[in-house]
Design a protein around this ligand. Sequence first.
Ligand SMILES: Cc1cc2nc3c(=O)[nH]c(=O)nc-3n(C[C@H](O)[C@H](O)[C@H](O)COP(=O)(O)OP(=O)(O)OC[C@H]3O[C@@H](n4cnc5c(N)ncnc54)[C@H](O)[C@@H]3O)c2cc1C
Length: 891
Amino acid sequence: MPDAAVAARSSETTNSGATQQVDVAVVGAGFAGLYLLHKLRKAGFSAVVLEDAGDVGGTWYWNRYPGARCDIQTMDYSYTFDPELDREWTWSEKYATQPEILRYFGFVADRYDLRRDIRFNTRVKAAKWDDTSDRWQIVTDNGADVSCRYYIMATGCLSTPKPPEIDGVKDFKGEIYFTGRWPHDGVNLAGKRVAVIGTGSSGIQSIPLIAEQAAHLTVFQRTASFALPAHNGPAPDDRKTYFEADRAAYREQARWSLAGVPYPQEMAVSWQLSDAERRERFEKAWAAGDLVHILTQLWADQAADFDSNALIGKLIHEKIRAVVKDPETAAALSPQDHPFGSKRPCLDTNYYATYNRPNVTLVNLRQEPIKAITASGIVTDKRSVDLDVIVFATGFDAMTGAIMAVHPITGRAGKSLSSVWAQGPQTYLGLTVAGFPNLFMITGPGSPSVLSNMAVSIEQHVDWVVDRLAALRDAGFTTMEATETAQAGWARHMADCSMLTLHRLANTWYTGANVPGKVQTLMPYNSGVGPYRGICNEVVSRGMLGFKLTGPDVAEQCNDGEVVRLQPDVRLVLGMLAEMNLPQIESLGAQGARDFLTEFNKGRPAGRPVGEVGSGALQGAEGPLPYRLYRPATPGPHPIVVYFHGGGWVLGDELSDDPFCRDLCRRSGMIVVSVGYRHAPEHRFPAAAEDGYAATRWIAEHAAELGGRPGPVLVAGWSAGANIATVTCQLARDRGGPQIAGQLLVCPVTDCRFDRPSYADNAVGYFLTRALMFWFWDIYCSPADRTDPRASPLRGNLAGLPPAFVATCEFDPLRDEGIEYAEALAAAGVPVEQLQARGHIHSSLVMVDVVITGVGGRAKMAEALRGFAGLPRKLEESADISPISVNAAAG
Ligand SMILES: Cc1cc2nc3c(=O)[nH]c(=O)nc-3n(C[C@H](O)[C@H](O)[C@H](O)COP(=O)(O)OP(=O)(O)OC[C@H]3O[C@@H](n4cnc5c(N)ncnc54)[C@H](O)[C@@H]3O)c2cc1C
C-alpha cells in the first residue's frame, strides 16, 4: 500500500490534538506488533499500534538490501497461530527473499484488517507511567499522544542500525547506504566503485550481488563470520514431508524445541564419534544448508565444550580454503577469534567464491584499520581506496537499542529505564521490568529472542502477555509488575545459563560488544525456547509467581519468589526424569533396584577416554573385592585416589560411577581405583566400612604394583561412598595406617539423624528422596548401630584427620549433615575446603557431561586432590578445563 494511502487511513483512528485513549498501545508493526494487534482485538481490548515506518513488516520493511533473505527456513519462519492462515500461504523458496516476506506481512495485515488500527509514520519518543491513573502516557512525534493501561514494546531486536564509528563519514562526497535502511526504489551500483563495511549477515548476503553489479567492490572486514551455503531452492523434501505429515504436531514440537525448529536433541558427544563419523555428520550439515541443523545436530557438546566446538571451526576453515584461491584471503576469511555458533553464523550464496572475482578486494581491518573516511573514499593504515558508494553493513544496536531509543521511559517514582539499565538490562523473563508496571517487551533481553526462530519466540510472548492481560482484567486487576526478588532471581538464572554455552566467550552483538560503551552481558536467554516456555507457564501455574497485581476493587496479590532456583541443566534433567515416570527405587527391592540402576546407567553418556582402564581384585575385610583402575595418559607414577561409589550402601558397584571416576582421573592427573565393596542387605553394617578401610590399606601397600606413587594415598567418594571414605580416614588414624593425604567427600552421608532442615526442604522432587534415604539406612544398619562412628562419622573423633574437601548441594536431603561435618572437621583443626553448590541436587556433581554447570565444581575437586597430593596447580594447562569450564560455577 502506498504511504499516502496508509497515512490517510491511519488518520481515521487518531484524535489529532487530543490524547488517544486505548487499553493497549503497541509500538512496532513487525512480526510481533501485527500478531499482538490481532490477538488483543480478539481478547476484547482496544489497541493502537504506533509504527515509525510507512507500512507493516518491521525488519522486512527496512532491510531491502540486495540479497536480503531470512536464514531460518521460511516454512518455520511463519505465523502459526491460525492454521487456516498457515495453509493459505505457501512460500516459494526454502529461504524467501525480503520482497516475498514483506508481501506475506501485507497479506496478514489485509487478512485480519489490521492497518485500520496502525498509525504509520509515527515514532514513539517517550513514555511515562502515571501512578494516579495507573496508565502510561505515550509521546509521539506525529499526531495525538496516547494514554493506555498497557504499553507493549514490539520494537524489534534488530531494528536500530548501529551508527558508523568512523571519522569523516559526513565528508564523503559519494553515496552512503545502510543495509538496514536501504532505499525502497533500489540503488544502481552498475559501474561504480563500491565499499561494503561489515561482514555479518547483511554483508554476507549482499556482497555477492553487489560484486556482480559494481565496477569494483572493496570489502572491509573487522571480524570474519562463519558462513555456510544456504543451498536455496524449493523447501527440502525431508522437512516438507515431515511438516505436511502433521502440521499441528510439527508446530508443537517447534514450540518445545531448543531453537524453535523441530529437531531432536542430539545425544552423541564429540569424543564418542570417530573422525570419519564426525566428518560425515559435518558434510551432511554442510549440504543441508540449515543453520539450526548445523548448530544443534553435529554432536551434543558442540555448543558447550571448547575443544569439541573447535573441531567444527577447523572443518569450516577447510571449506573456505577449498573455495578461496588466494591463501591470504582465505586465511583472513577464516574466523579464529570466536567459537562456532557463539556469534550468529550466516547463510550465504556464493559468498566465499565472490573473493575469487577480479573486481573484489578484501581489506582485513585487523591488519590495517580504517584511519578515516575522506571526501573521495576510505583511508587505512596501508592504502587509500577511491569510492563512489559506501555501504554500511555494520549491524544493529541489538536487543536494547530500540527500547532505549524511546527516551525517557519513566516508571514508578520517576525512575527512567536508562538509569535502571545503566549496568545492563534487568528484566523478569525478558518480558517485564520491576518498577515499570504494565510495560511489556516482546522478545526483550533475557528471553530467547535472537537465539531462536523468532517466529516461535514472538508468538509465545504475545500469547503469554495477552492471555495474562485478559486474566488480569477478568480478576479485576489493573496493574501487573515484576518484583525485585523475581528480577534478581532471573538475573542469577541468566548468569547460570550463560555458563552452559560458549556465547559468552565471543565479542558479539549478542553481548553488546559491537556497540562502543555498551555494557557487555549475554542478552538473549540461551537455554532454549522449550525450557523458557515451560518457565513462563510455571510462573502462571504458581499463581503469577514474582508479580505484584493490584486493582481498585480487589485485594493486592503478590506471590513473591524466584521461578528457577535450580541450575538450568539440573532443571532439564529433573524434567526429563519426571517425564520418564520412573518407579520409586525403594519399591523395587534391593535386587530390583540394582537392575534398574544398571539399565538406567546405560542411557548416560560414556565417560571420556583416559590413558588406561584396568580391573582386578584386591583384598577386602573378609575376602577379595573387585576394583576398576583409571590411569591418566601422562607418564607416572601417579598418586592414587581410592574411590568409593554412591548407592546408599545397597546399590552400585566399582563401575557405576565410571564417568565421574574418569573425570577425576583426567582432571587430577591421578590414578583412581574404584572399589567394589560389599553391599547390604547381603552384608550389613559394618561390612562396607570395613571393606573401605581394608581396600585402602591394600591399595596403599600395592601402590607400586598398580603403577602408582608409593606413600600416602587419597580417598574420595560420593554419597554413601563419601561416608565410607571419611570413615576410612578415621579408622586409618586409629589403626595405625595407611597414611591418607586427603579426603574428597561429595554429598557425604555423615549422620543418622533425619531432622535437619534439608531433609524436610528437599524431601521429594530432587532425585534423592527422604524416603529413599530411610530405606537405605534400614537396609544397611539397625537403629542400635547407627550412632557408631563407622556409620555416622559426624559422631566420631575428628581430630587429626587428613585435610578435606567437602562438596554439598543445595537441593539435597544430605546437604545440612555435609555442611555440619565440614564445620565439625574445621572445628577439630582439620584443614577443610567447602563447596556449597547452589542450584544443584544430590547427583549433579557426578553427572559428568550431563550437568555441565557441575564442571566448575568437578574442577575444584580435582584441584583439591592435587593440592592434597602436593602436586602443582594444573587447571590452566588443560584444554578441557579451560576458563570456560573452570568458571562454570557450581558454587
Ligand atoms: C536481515 C535480517 C534477517 C533476519 N532473518 C531472520 C530469520 O531468518 N529468522 C529469524 O528468526 N529472525 C530473523 N531476523 C530477526 C527479525 O528481526 C525477527 O525475525 C522479526 O522480524 C522481528 O520482528 P519484530 O516485530 O519483533 O521486530 P521488527 O520486525 O524489528 O519490527 C519492529 C518495528 O518497530 C518499529 N519501531 C521501533 N521503535 C519504534 C518507535 N520508537 N516508534 C515507532 N516504531 C518503532 C520499527 O520501525 C519496526 O518496524 C532477521 C533480521 C534481519 C535484520
